[in-house]
Design a protein around this ligand. Structure first.
Ligand code: ZN
Ligand code: ZN
Length: 574
């Protein structure tokens, strides 16, 4: 990696009218969808949930049985503030004192004789503790006698509800909302609304004063019905605020619904009720009380909503999140191409052509370890090249690797020239090979019997995988690798002004090894640098162009040639 480099992805451009049209249609569709979402859902805005406070005030007075009911009598404020309770029905039991009296008749308390009643018994529905006697409750029933606040409360709830006309009461809801991150505060009571308005969904949708009967009818309930046993109503205030100056809107929307389940079986205590008592001292100094069971409707106010305002960062994030969908076209088109060529297994199939253009295949590492060595090996008795990507722990010859197809050999031009030595402007020189001192032991990994001892594992490589004749004995090796004319020709091909009189033998050795690699591994440039030359070939090349022997030989020969002409090369060419 370098600071002076920049790398990009390389892409394949497929020339095709239908695929091109499809790509633009998909990209266009994605773009339109993105714009639609952006503007309909205002995704360029920063959104924030509402924080709110609610305060309520119920108003209305009515007279029932010559007693006056004002807000202090019929409302019970809740500590939460966002709900209020209005009493709609009461069961009043007056002048109670601690005494002994007949229990209220029910399936468990009706009796015919004393033995049915148990002394000291009381259950969850009892008004008092049984004394064990059966006494007369009224003309039709006898019940167990209890010690309790007497007379016991009558369990029948009046119908219609005593305070049924509470539906004409009104409630003023004061609601202040705040969007902290956007720094915006607003109230539901605006200066332009007068205090005598009354909410109506159509004619006065912003008025904060509600008639209780209207709240119930908006939720599809009848006030006179709910008033008998009580219930829970929800008042929902929805604030959806657009705080952008070009599209400002921030108004509450009210909606109503019943929160408790009116369908529950009567025996499971439907409605909403509670009891309270007012104590006083009677004239005979005994403590007396008035017990009141109150049924009523609780109104819960729920405020929710979001505020949104344009933020450049939100817009950037939104666009960024949708950019990846433009890649959908590539996925779809690749899928279509693969479907189009599906089942074509012939070597001429279009899929193969497409794949070869699109993918470059390489062998992945066989094990995941750092500092892997990578080497390519070619044996004369095997068709494939072998890739070895391991730290060598034994000779390269004995290390296992993956097989890879050999690339095509493209040095045909050189072949042609060699067929016609006259075309090369150099006189053929005899190749003198130094006598091989094969007296020393042949290493165990050698299969051709011509390799030498090597220190490094990576140099312990033979030209064969199984026992047989050495590649250096072949005619082709002599022509392509060891032939001085071929090598000089290649060196001149690369450097046309090369002085043939002073070619260093190192250069010839290097060129010969490159010749060998190109011949055996193909002209795939990517693997040339990693390809290994077998020990026998290396030795043979060194031997052929050993500087000590060869330099003198070459000089003597060239000397005599230059005597005849200053430029033997050119002369012979003409
Ligand atoms: Zn060998
Ligand atoms: Zn060999």
């Amino acid at each position: 990696m370098s600071w002076c480099e920049y790398s990009t992805d390389r892409e394949l451009r497929v020339r095709s009218v239908p695929l091109g049209t499809l790509k633009w249609m998909i990209s266009g569709g994605v773009f339109l969808y993105m714009c639609a979402i952006l503007f309909t859902e205002k995704r360029y805005q920063k959104k924030e949930p509402v924080i709110s406070s609610v305060h309520t005030k119920v108003k209305g007075v009515l007279e029932v049985d010559s007693s006056i009911w004002d807000p202090a009598e019929y409302t019970v404020p809740s500590p939460g503030g966002s709900s209020f309770f209005v009493v709609t029905n009461i069961v009043k039991t007056e002048n109670q004192k601690e005494d002994i009296c007949a229990e209220y008749p029910s399936r468990k308390t009706i009796c015919s004789q004393d033995s049915i009643c148990k002394k000291g018994h009381a259950d969850t529905h009892s008004n008092g503790i049984q004394t064990g006697r059966c006494v007369k409750y009224n003309n039709t029933h006898k019940t167990c006698e209890v010690r309790a606040w007497c007379p016991v409360e009558s369990k029948t709830t009046p119908e219609p509800a005593i305070l049924a006309s509470a539906e004409n009461f009104t409630v003023l809801i004061k609601n202040t909302i705040h969007f902290a991150a956007l720094g915006y505060t607003r109230k539901n009571i605006l200066p332009e609304y007068n205090v005598s308005c009354k909410y109506n969904k159509v004619t006065a949708p912003r008025c904060p004063i509600f008639r209780l009967g209207d709240i119930l009818s908006a939720a599809g309930e009848k006030f006179s019905q709910v008033a008998i046993l009580g219930g829970i109503m929800g008042i929902e205030i929805n604030w959806n605020c657009d705080l952008d100056p070009w599209a400002f809107s921030c108004h509450p929307q009210y909606s109503f619904r019943r929160l408790d389940d009116k369908a529950v079986d009567e025996s499971l205590f439907p409605g909403l009720s509670f009891r309270f008592a007012r104590h006083y001292k009677a004239q005979d100094q005994t403590e007396r009380r008035t017990l009141i069971k109150a049924n009523g409707i609780r109104f819960d106010i729920q405020v929710y909503g979001t505020g949104g305002q344009f933020r450049f960062l939100e817009l950037v994030i939104f666009i960024g999140s949708y950019l990846s969908y433009f890649g959908l076209a590539t996925v779809v088109i690749d899928f279509l191409i693969s479907q189009y060529y599906k089942g074509c297994c012939s070597p001429n199939s279009g899929q193969r052509y497409y794949d070869e253009q699109k993918y470059k295949e390489i062998q992945g590492p066989s094990i995941l370890t750092s500092c892997l060595d990578l080497m390519f090996v070619s044996f004369v008795d095997q068709d494939d090249i072998i890739l070895i990507d391991k730290k060598l722990r034994r000779s390269l010859q004995e290390t296992k690797g993956h097989k890879i197809k050999r690339g095509a050999f493209t040095s045909r031009e050189i072949f042609r020239r060699i067929e016609d030595p006259g075309a090369i402007g150099i006189e053929l020189l005899p190749v003198t090979t130094k006598a091989l001192s094969k007296a020393s032991a042949i290493p165990a990994w050698c299969q051709c019997l011509k390799c030498h001892k090597e220190k490094e594992f990576e140099n312990q490589l033979c030209c064969r995988s199984k026992k047989g004749e050495c590649i250096t004995n072949s005619d082709m090796f002599k022509k392509l690798v060891l032939d001085r004319h071929t090598l000089v020709y290649i060196l001149q091909y690369n450097d046309p002004l090369l002085n043939t009189h002073s070619i260093v033998s190192e250069k010839l050795v290097k060129c010969a090894e490159e010749q060998y690699i190109q011949w055996r591994f193909g002209s795939n440039k990517d693997i040339l640098a990693f390809s290994k030359v077998p020990s026998c070939c290396k030795f043979e090349i060194r031997n052929a162009f050993d500087s000590n022997i060869q330099e003198t030989l070459l000089h003597a020969k060239e000397q005599s040639a230059s005597d005849a002409s200053q430029t033997p090369l050119l002369k012979q060419h003409h």
